[in-house]
Design a protein around this ligand. Sequence first.
Ligand code: SAM
Length: 393
Amino acid sequence: MITKAYITELKHSGNGDIAKLIKSQRDVGTINNILESLGQLPVDFESDFLYELLNHPHAQVRLNAVKNIGKLNGKSKSIKLHELYEKETDTSVRREIISSIGRQRKSENKIFLFETINDDDPKIVCQAIRALLVFEKDIDVQEHLKPLINHTNEMVRNVIYKEYFAKDNQKNGVLPHTETYDFLKNTVVNADVLEALKFVPDDSIHLTFTSPPYYNARDYSIYPSYEAYLEFLENVFKETHRVTKEGRFLIVNTSPIIIPRVSRSHSSKRYGIPFDLHPLLVKNGWEFLDDIIWLKPEASVKNRIGGFMQHRKPLGYKPNCVTEYLMVYRKQTEKLLDWNIRSYDYQTVEESKVADGYETTNVWKIDPTFDKIHSAIFPVELCKRVIKYNQCA
Ligand SMILES: C[S@@+](CC[C@H](N)C(=O)[O-])C[C@H]1O[C@@H](n2cnc3c(N)ncnc32)[C@H](O)[C@@H]1O
């Protein structure tokens, strides 16, 4: 058996022993094992056999060869990788070629990388961009990269925007990221949301957790149509976006609803509120992060499965709905999530750390709360978790 220790020993012997070992192998699995166990390569590593493996019929072997060539850094023969790129059809190998060339950080590779930014695979384009950004100040690099702001792929556009077009959007007079206005603290407002939000300054809110009306399923709000309802929500979340600080969170509790039938000769109607709301949020600058499922005990929800239990006819299957969504978004920003945390002082971060017993999955099992006056109040536990995981205090 070829052990890792044996491979390490051969690797350091410096007389092409690894090449000999590979050449003596017929089994593709073993060849891959050896290539994957090579780890860091010594400076005097004899690498010619790696270039020969670029013509191997098995893509995984070519991939491992390219990966190892990437470890040769400045000493690898880029031209061989360029040649393989021209004819390679396997997606993983093609991506690894660009990544290997990028790791060399050699200015002479620029010409080749300029070619690859026209690749059809957006991941390759992104890798080529990353490799070229090592020389981001070079005029020729800028000339090739800036036009990609109009690229069809959004990830490509985002990288280019961040590198060349994003201005420091700290507006004049905006409070530091960690702070807000005293008049907004510990305040309960009983008003129409769109009226109340007019009094909230731009970029002043760190977290919004809300559960909008379920269209016309309950009696506390009535909308003339579903379209008008969605338009109302869009306006509310546009305003929420305006008042939210850069990169901070919006969590919307929603679920599909059912509007009961008018009579026995009509059917009830389901509305997929979360799925209709999502595109409106994204369109208005909210970046999607997570979907948390709020799971309720079956005994606590309306019984829909009763009819099916009797007739068992497939098209009439109507499960009991035991879940709601917490749709998690943040106000779009070029900054990484970590930037938020780094804006706070050490003590605040320490004091905000989440204690043991936190949820490890996106399914949160929480009993609903029932109330004589309001038909849809939040369970306190739900609010506690949302605040604890999404807020520095
Ligand atoms: C699904 S319930 C959510 C209640 C929430 N879970 C809670 O515990 O406060 C929707 C709430 O939105 C309120 N609402 C509806 N339209 C509103 C508006 N235009 N402005 C402010 N609140 C509104 C309703 O009165 C209702 O209390």
